[in-house]
Structures are given as structure tokens and as C-alpha cells.
Design a protein around this ligand. Structure first.
Ligand code: GTP
Ligand code: SPV
Ligand code: MN
Length: 586
């Protein structure tokens, strides 16, 4: 059984030299055993891997503190290794595959001495889905094993799916010594292989997530005619029973999880969640786009999450079941033994430890700004009945967003598919704490995929333009919830009220309302927006839709600079659209 898997695991064990090899089977007893080990053993730092939290408030929940230098994805240490540098493109760090393997193989050599090597067979996508993909991850971190258990469909049954085939995605992971100087996240898209060492955190270490489901899968999609995207998938049911599904793409820490579980501010509407981070999108026999969420859990930003901003996520976190819920790098309220983070309650609890386990000092972060929870999708009260549908859900609209204090209007519709691709390919967003590095700097983040596209983005844009056989493309919209006034205050209330904008998009899809043509695309007539019960002035609304020439001149310059890196490889169609925008802005 699973000969190719066994052979690959043997080879990795020979390299990493663990004391013990454990094959993850995927049952409750095994999971409980792992939690027990994690609660007693000091694993990768000064703390035990898991600390059980108050099960009356957060059933089956555990606190995990990562190494303080290992709290976010490290894009500068992430490489995409195609044989030719041009195939990785200017958007990726590149190393020659042979060199890259030589470098990390030396680091993997003997790195699991004294440790246990876990083999996790898992599937991205529902095992019955024709779009799902089987994978094997090796890791020496219990935190990673438990996280993969929550985030993917994991267990020994996947070995039967793989059988004797060698058609599975390979992920070799070790926390190594957690030294950032010996930390590398290496992707080999042409070999369906990821090698990651030196980090135990999220997207660096849960190889099914960004490494496979976006970087490797985007390349597979390029070859096979589908898309792997950094997108949420949500269902919306209107009061008259009409059901539609939309995709939403936002850069890291820009509101995907919140939007995927939105509590509609317009009565009578019902939202269901299919996914909050990643969508795999195929063209159906009817020429429409269909999306699945390859994941089975949520790895979401904790700070800012509360009953007011995301009640459905709070309910998810408080629903215990077979799958544990993990809280990584949050504060700890000692009086109740429960997690705390900025924004959870107005006032911090009196007896509070910070994310590193030290007594909290006012003026410092109790939770790390990129503190996260890991929760099973099956605990979400809004989970779509279509979540396990092997074919996915048909898509009526795609929305793209970013974090922009200025320039970009609250909502704007593209003129057609190609214009939408142009706008998405040139999107800018202010950087966040989801990745190590400066925060609040505008960078171009096309389709929210800059850190996640596993090949040259010029080819990726071409794939979006011409690589899909869609006869019935969805409308494409652009949103910005983050415009600020001169005092630096958000002007749009956001969260539940974002539904007012979603409603307008649905009205546009149904052809119920008209829109105004502007140099940047189609804007709503403000009178068509449902703002009932919202305390917002006409002046603010006008400002949210204002297109300022000088801001857009700067925007155009930013796009030109970004595009110039791709040289001749950039599709001419995009260059033409940019020239068009420039002309319209004059
Ligand atoms: P990743 O998991 O990193 O891919 O991020 P995400 O896009 O899922 O981000 P998430 O929904 O967790 O939101 C991140 C931050 O944005 C949180 O601090 C939220 O409180 C904040 N946020 C979300 N929606 C809104 C909004 O409509 N307005 C404002 N002002 N903030 C928002
Ligand atoms: C992101 O950074 O976009 C995330 C978290 O969703 S991570 O899994 O760390 O990539
Ligand atoms: Mn993400």
C-alpha cells in the first residue's frame, strides 16, 4: 500500500534521522494523545506546546505561544524554485532548484535527532471532489500536526486514495533550530514539492495552506486551466430565496475572515460561509466559474475579533467538538484562564499575561498583532450546506479589495472581465502584520497574490485573461473599506455594514440598478445604496466615492513602475488598459 509514499518517507527519515516515526491516522484517541504530549513537553521554546483553556467558555481549546522571532510569514525567506529564474518572475525570490535543495538538505540533515517525525496524509478539498488533491506532510512539530488536522481533511484514509501512485504533493517540514538565519521556505512547483525549515508558524509551516494550496496549486492551475486564489467564498440568500455565491479577494489581514462570516446589516438576508482564505476555481460544463474551499478550517486574525465585529467567529471559537481550537500568541486572562486580545472587550482583564507569558504592561500589546486562532470550519454556525459539495458553488461575482487610506473609492465595478483583470493586476494595498516587515506601506498586491503566486505574475495575468474557457464570466467589483479622514479615522463603518455594498453588487448582477461611468470604472448612484439606519453624512458618502486626479496620477505611476518589472512578458492587453486609464485621467 502507498509504495511511493513509503519510499519518500523512508528517504526523508534517512535524511532527518528522527528517534521515532509516527503515521497520523486521524482519530480522536490519537488527537487526545497528541494534545497530552503537547501539554507536558517543552517543545520549541520556553513554553509547553499547548495549555488547555477554560473549557466552560472555550471548549476543547488550547493556548500556544510560538517563538518570539517566529510570529508571521517571512516572505524574504520564501523561494519559488523553477529551473529558470524568469519562470518565477520578479514577484518571487528565486534560487536554482539544485542549489536550493543542496542548501536546505544540509539543514535537514539530522535535524530531527531526539525528535519524532510525524507523517500526515491529507487532502486539500473534499476527498470526493474531482478537484481535490492528496498530499503528504512530514513535520516534527506537534503544533503543526494538530493544526493540519483542523485545517485539512487528514488521516490514513488518504493513503488509500493515493494508493501506489506517486501523484501526491510532498511537504517536508522541520522547525529546525528556529534561527531566522537558517529559515527557508522552498517551493519546487515543477516537482510538487515544498521544503520548509526553521519556522513553526502558520503559512510557513502548515504546508497545505499557502505553500501548496496557493503557490504550488497556482502553478498547477496555470498548466491545467484553473485558478488557485487568496479568496473567500460566500453564499448570500435574499429574502425571496434567491441564492448566489461570490468570491472575495483581499490581502492578508484585510478583512476576508470578517467578510466571509458577515452578519448582514440589511434585514432578511442570510449569509453562509464556504471559505475564508483560499478558493480553487474551475470552469464548469456550463461555462461558469465554480469554487471549492480546499481547506477545512480557519486560521484567522484574533485581534479585532469580537461579538461586535464577528459574532459568528466568536460562536465558532466557543463551539467545542472533536477538533480542538488553538489560540496562538494571544494574551491570557489568568482569572478565567481564557484567551484575550485587543478588541475582544473594551477593557483588558485585570490579571493578564501577554503573548509571551509575561505580566501585561499597559501600552504594550497583550496579543501579538498577528495572533491567530485555528478552528474547524465544521464549528461555524454559518457553514454553507454546500461546504462539502464536491463540485463547488457557481460564482456570480468576484470582489477585490485592499487597504487604502485614500485614492480608491468604496466600491467600483469594472467594465468587463479584461478591465477587471487589469484593475486586479494593479491593485495596491497597505502592508499589515501578517508578514514580517514594514506595516502601512502601499505595495502593489495583484489579486492579493503577490506573496503567493508560484510563477511569473505576467504569465499569471495572461492566464486570468485567456487561460480559462469561461463563456459566462462573473462581474468584477473593487472595494475599499479602509478610506480615512484627515484625522486618520476610518470613514466607512465597515464590518456588517459592508453588506450594503454587497447588496448593490447583487443588484448590479441582477440588472436592477444603473451605474455611473467614470475614468476608473462604474460607480453607484448613491441613491441606489441601502443606507437605512446608518448614521453617515452625505458629505462623507461623496468623499468615499471621490476620484481625485492627483491621487490617481500617483496611482498610475505606481502601476507603471510595478508593470515595468515584467518587461515584454506583460500581456499587451494590460498595457493598453493602463494607457486607457492614463488617457481618461487627463
Ligand atoms: P488573512 O487570514 O491574513 O489572509 O487575513 P483576512 O483577510 O482574513 O483578515 P481578517 O478578516 O482577519 O481581518 C483583519 C483585520 O481587519 C482585523 O483586525 C479586522 O478587525 C479588520 N477589519 C476587517 N473588516 C474590516 C472593515 O470592514 N473595516 C475595518 N476598518 N477593519 C476591518
Ligand atoms: C495570510 O497571511 O494571508 C494568512 C495567514 O492567511 S498564513 O497562514 O500565515 O499565511
Ligand atoms: Mn491569507
Amino acid at each position: 500500500m502507498a509504495k511511493a509514499v513509503e519510499k519518500w518517507v523512508e528517504e526523508q527519515a534517512a535524511l532527518t534521522k528522527p528517534d521515532k516515526i509516527v503515521w497520523i491516522r486521524g482519530n480522536e484517541e490519537e488527537m487526545r494523545g497528541l494534545m497530552e504530549i503537547g501539554m507536558t513537553v517543552e517543545h520549541t521554546g520556553p513554553h509547553q506546546t499547548f495549555r488547555q483553556l477554560n473549557s466552560n467558555i472555550f471548549p476543547n481549546s488550547y493556548l500556544h505561544r510560538s517563538h518570539p522571532n517566529d510570529v508571521a510569514r517571512t516572505e524574504q525567506l520564501t523561494f519559488v524554485c523553477h529551473p529558470k529564474k524568469e519562470d518565477a518572475g520578479p514577484n518571487n525570490n528565486w534560487m536554482d532548484p539544485t542549489e536550493a535543495k543542496k542548501l536546505v538538505t544540509a539543514l535537514f540533515d539530522g535535524c530531527m535527532k531526539g525528535r519524532t517525525l510525524y507523517v500526515i496524509p491529507y487532502m486539500m478539498g473534499h476527498p470526493d471532489s474531482p478537484y481535490a488533491k492528496p498530499c503528504i506532510q512530514i513535520t516534527d512539530s506537534i503544533y503543526v500536526v494538530v493544526s493540519m488536522y483542523i485545517m485539512t481533511r487528514a488521516g490514513e484514509r488518504i493513503l488509500n486514495t493515493i494508493g501506489d501512485s506517486d501523484n501526491f504533493v510532498r511537504g517536508l517540514h522541520s522547525v529546525g533550530d528556529l534561527d531566522p538565519n537558517r529559515r527557508f521556505i522552498m517551493h519546487f512547483p515543477q516537482e510538487n514539492l515544498v521544503m520548509s525549515i526553521g519556522s513553526g508558524y502558520g503559512g510557513n509551516a502548515l504546508l497545505g495552506k499557502k505553500c501548496f494550496s496557493l503557490r504550488i496549486a497556482s502553478y498547477q492551475g496555470y498548466k491545467e486551466g484553473w485558478l488557485a486564489e487568496h479568496m473567500i467564498v460566500m453564499g448570500i440568500e435574499s429574502p425571496d430565496g434567491d441564492k448566489k455565491y461570490i468570491l472575495g479577494s483581499f490581502p492578508s489581514a484585510c478583512g476576508k475572515t470578517n467578510l466571509a462570516m458577515i452578519n448582514p446589516s440589511i434585514p432578511g438576508y442570510k449569509v453562509t460561509t464556504v471559505g475564508d482564505d483560499i478558493a480553487w476555481i474551475n470552469v464548469g460544463p456550463d461555462g461558469r466559474l465554480y469554487a471549492i474551499n480546499p481547506e477545512a478550517g480557519f486560521f484567522g486574525v484574533a485581534p479585532g475579533t469580537s461579538d461586535n465585529t464577528n459574532l459568528n467567529m466568536m460562536k465558532t471559537l466557543k463551539t467545542g467538538n472533536f477538533y480542538p481550537t488553538l489560540f496562538t500568541n494571544v494574551g491570557l486572562d489568568l482569572s478565567t484562564n481564557s484567551p484575550w486580545w485587543e478588541g475582544l472587550t473594551k477593557e483588558p482583564p485585570s490579571d493578564l499575561l501577554d503573548w509571551q507569558g509575561n505580566p501585561w504592561k499597559p501600552g504594550t500589546n497583550a496579543a501579538h498583532p498577528n495572533a491567530r486562532f485555528t478552528a474547524s470550519a465544521y464549528n461555524c454556525p454559518l457553514l454553507s450546506p454546500e461546504f462539502d459539495n464536491p463540485r463547488g458553488v457557481p460564482i456570480s461575482a468576484i470582489l477585490f479589495g485592499g487597504r487604502r487610506s485614500d485614492t480608491v473609492p468604496l466600491v467600483c465595478e469594472s467594465l468587463d472581465w479584461a478591465h477587471g483583470v487589469f484593475k486586479a493586476s494593479s491593485l495596491g494595498s497597505e502592508t499589515t502584520t501578517a508578514a514580517a516587515g514594514a506595516v502601512g506601506v502601499v505595495r502593489r498586491d495583484p489579486m492579493a497574490m503577490l506573496p503567493f503566486c508560484g510563477y511569473n505574475m505576467a504569465d499569471y495575468f495572461g492566464h486570468w485573461l485567456n487561460g480559462l474557457k469561461i463563456s459566462n464570466p462573473p462581474k468584477i467589483f473593487f472595494v475599499n473599506w479602509f478610506k480615512k479622514d484627515s484625522n486618520g479615522k476610518f470613514m466607512w463603518p465597515g464590518f456588517s455594514d459592508n453588506f450594503r455594498i454587497i447588496k448593490w453588487m447583487l443588484d448590479r448582477v441582477d440588472g436592477k440598478v444603473s451605474a455611473k461611468d467614470t475614468p476608473v470604472g462604474l460607480l453607484p448612484n448613491i441613491s441606489d445604496l441601502n443606507l437605512a439606519g446608518l448614521d453617515i453624512s452625505e458629505e462623507t458618502m461623496n468623499y468615499l466615492f471621490e476620484i481625485k486626479k492627483d491621487e490617481w496620477q500617483r496611482e498610475i505611476a505606481g502601476i507603471e513602475e510595478f508593470y515595468s518589472q515584467f518587461g515584454e512578458r506583460l500581456p499587451t492587453e494590460l498595457r493598453n488598459h493602463l494607457a486607457d486609464l492614463k488617457r481618461r485621467m487627463q
